[in-house]
Write a protein that binds this ligand. Sequence first.
Ligand SMILES: Cc1cc2nc3c(=O)[nH]c(=O)nc-3n(C[C@H](O)[C@H](O)[C@H](O)COP(=O)(O)O)c2cc1C
Length: 223
Amino acid sequence: MSEIQRDAIRAMRRSYGEVGLESLPTDPFAAFHQWLTEAAANDFIVEANAMVLSTLGTDRQGADAITTRTVLLKDVSEGGFTFFTNYGSRKAQAIELNAQVTLLFPWYAMERQVSISGFAEKISRAESDDYFATRPWGSQIGAWASAQSAPLATREELEQRYQGAAEKWPEGSVVPCPPHWGGYRVTPIAIEFWQGRYSRLHDRLRYERSNTTSDWEVGRYYP
Ligand SMILES: Cc1cc2nc3c(=O)[nH]c(=O)nc-3n(C[C@H](O)[C@H](O)[C@H](O)COP(=O)(O)O)c2cc1C
């Protein structure tokens, strides 16, 4: 297969829509719910609840200074955005050191993105247990098998760990939530809604507050 050429990359250009962002609810969570509902109903958006999580790491200038990855939004409640992961993972270690994170929902098919800045904290064990119990058996076993983000010598090693956990908790049995697995809730201090417009005159509405309990202020920004 031939490589894509520079001119082809440069020619990747779409003009964005006429539909503007004139009014959104004054509460950014209501606005987010509205956009998530629309994204979930859009057949061109795969995994509308997928979001890109960025963290500041341990390493001041190395490969782990800033890291980023996709995680799935599983709840929006109690003033925050919840995802689930391994508490020993690289992202969890980063959050341990610096709880401030960003989240980004890239809904390209709707010419929209939502970017969020906030603080991550672990949810309660009971909340994580409750959600874990709703996961498919294979995913539950996978959570026991994976030492997420640790070096893995061979694929076989992972498969063996999976088999070991599957023998311990056969399909149909209750799989307990691993202590190293659970949720984080990100409480925002800024939420920005971006809507693509014609001639790159996009709309940007940004809700901001000085801390996680103060009132929101909303402003419009140059695209
Ligand atoms: C669509 C998609 C959804 C994902 N969802 C999750 C998730 O909900 N939780 C998770 O821990 N990893 C998820 N991952 C894997 C992460 O992107 C990442 O590879 C993993 O969490 C390890 O990240 P870390 O080493 O930076 O901690 C997902 C990946 C993709 C592509």
